[in-house]
Design a protein around this ligand. Structure first.
Ligand code: PHE
Length: 503
């Protein structure tokens, strides 16, 4: 049986052992001293002390120590003589001098002069008098001993009197610097271990297992260093999938498992694909529903054949039985370039390529709207677009898809509300609870005959656009979608988010 003290001893590296022995044997110790006595490097000693402290064998104390250093002026005084000495010498020769004369002759500034005269006056060596109506400094006493003491202090700060040092510091001739030194001493437990170590003799401890040891079975006779595998370690931040992308991946998996194929599209579209293609009229209020970003003055091109069909439906309803918008449809308006405001643009591109009955497809992508950012809005966000083509589809099918889809993400208790879209009828918004409030998480509907007519689609198409960021805020239980990414997001969240897998 290995007892507690033996366990600790087995955990000591030879450096730690040497340092502990030194500290325990000679009481309080500075790192520098220990380093000298053990022959270990300073950094090895300080690292060993840290480990020993972790193991409760050593405690440390930070002692500030102060030292004085000459300032630039101090260096000058050391070389040329301290200013009061120079003034003294000058007066000794010339008996009296004006302050201007002193500054000029000695090459000193007013501050230095003031310091020097102050020192001389304090020691009763000079006084001011008047000669020929001029104020002059006169030597009163020739006792230089005080001045010498100060001059000597400059040459040997460590032996100077404290009063002299504080005087010199006040005059800016020297400055005080402080430095923390670490003093280590053994704890009670450290002393116990130290005593026990005496019975051990020389320990051969191995802290690395080499291939050679394994091959020759040499490890069997070795004594290995014991490691404390339960002690807390700093957490390591590794690479991690972005919280939003984790959800996007999860959603893809769910939709693919529900039989949907995935589509991919572009961020930049013509107004034609973003709006005209799906029977959104060209009048302003309708185009403003989704605060669309237009791109400069550049124009895109339109699909020739389809363009004419869209024109027919928009202007007069073609053969759908609808009157259309009874207004001229402007090709130039449709050529404008936009940042897509919804992924539905891609749905209609897909219709133009031709779809089969039945068909199910989805895309997850970024969309752009000129909206002020707040806890629920961002000018860039992601949508999950999806559509199902079949015969006899109804709103009940939509509700069914949403129920099944969201349940797999842990979201139940959906609410539905009628709404208006130019391209669907009926149209329906999807809501759920988030922090006690109902929030919209999607919009959907059944495409109108006018929307589908240019593509010759006679079956029913139910479709939707679902919010990804809001979905993420529900799953991660955060109250502001701006925490997910962008300048308000927190790196801590991206590192530490918890993802609950439902199903
Ligand atoms: N495009 C709609 C939106 O962005 C969502 C939608 C897609 C609605 C398809 C109906 C059909 O809000």
């Amino acid at each position: 049986m290995v007892n507690g003290v033996d366990k600790i001893i087995e955990s000591l590296s030879s450096k730690e052992e040497a340092v502990l022995k030194e500290i325990a044997a000679s009481g309080n110790q500075e790192i520098e001293e220990i380093s000298k006595k053990t022959g270990l490097q300073y950094s090895d000693v300080s690292r060993s002390i840290l480990w020993l402290e972790n193991k409760g064998l050593v405690k440390t104390l930070k002692n500030p120590i102060y030292s004085y250093h000459l300032t630039e002026i101090g260096e000058k005084y050391l070389k040329k003589g301290i200013v009061e000495k120079r003034i003294f010498d000058y007066l000794d020769k010339n008996n009296a001098a004006t302050t201007t004369e002193l500054m000029e002759e000695l090459g000193i500034d007013e501050n230095e002069l003031r310091g020097g005269i102050g020192a001389l006056k304090n020691n009763g060596i000079v006084e001011f008098g008047t000669i020929n109506g001029k104020s002059v400094l006169i030597l009163k006493n020739r006792d230089e001993s005080k001045i010498k003491e100060y001059q000597n202090a400059l040459a040997d700060l460590s032996n100077a009197a404290t009063s002299v040092l504080s005087d010199l510091a006040k005059r800016g001739i020297i400055e005080k610097k402080s430095k923390n030194i670490i003093i280590a001493s053994a704890t009670k437990q450290g002393m116990v271990v130290y005593e026990e170590l005496k019975h051990y003799g020389k320990r051969e401890i191995v802290d690395k297992l080499t291939p050679q040891m394994l091959i020759g079975n040499l490890w069997m006779n070795k004594k290995f260093k014991r490691y404390e595998i339960k002690s807390p370690v700093p957490s390591i931040v590794g690479g991690r999938k972005h919280p939003l992308y984790l959800i996007i991946d999860q959603v893809k998996e769910i939709l693919i498992s529900m039989g949907f194929r995935e589509l991919e599209g572009n961020w930049i579209e013509t107004a034609f694909w973003n709006m005209d293609s799906m029977f959104i009229p060209q009048n302003h209020p309708a185009r403003d529903i989704q605060d669309t970003f237009y791109i400069g003055k550049e124009k895109g091109s339109l699909p020739e054949d389809l363009k004419n069909k869209v024109k027919l439906v928009q202007e007069g309803g073609w053969d759908t039985g609808s009157t259309g918008y009874m207004d001229r449809w402007d090709e130039e308006e449709a050529k404008k370039l936009v940042l897509r405001s919804h992924t539905t643009a891609l749905t209609f591109r897909t219709f133009a390529e031709g779809i089969s009955i039945p068909d199910k497809a989805f895309t997850i992508g970024r969309v752009f709207r000129n909206e002020n950012p707040d806890s629920m809005h961002m000018p860039e966000f992601h949508q999950i677009e999806g559509f199902v083509v079949d015969r006899d589809l109804s709103i009940r099918d939509l509700i069914g898809y949403f129920t099944v889809f969201y349940k797999q993400l842990g979201i139940t208790g959906l609410k539905f509300k009628p709404t208006y879209n130019p391209y669907t009828e009926p149209s329906m918004e999807i809501y759920t609870h988030h922090f006690g409030k109902l929030i919209e998480i999607g919009n959907s509907g059944i495409f109108r005959p006018e929307s589908l007519r240019p593509y010759g689609i006679k079956a029913n198409v139910i479709a939707w656009g679902l919010a990804v960021e809001r979905l993420a805020s529900i799953i991660y239980e955060i109250n502001d979608i701006r925490k997910l990414y962008g300048s308000n997001s927190s790196i801590d969240f991206a590192r530490n988010y918890m993802y609950k897998v439902y199903k």
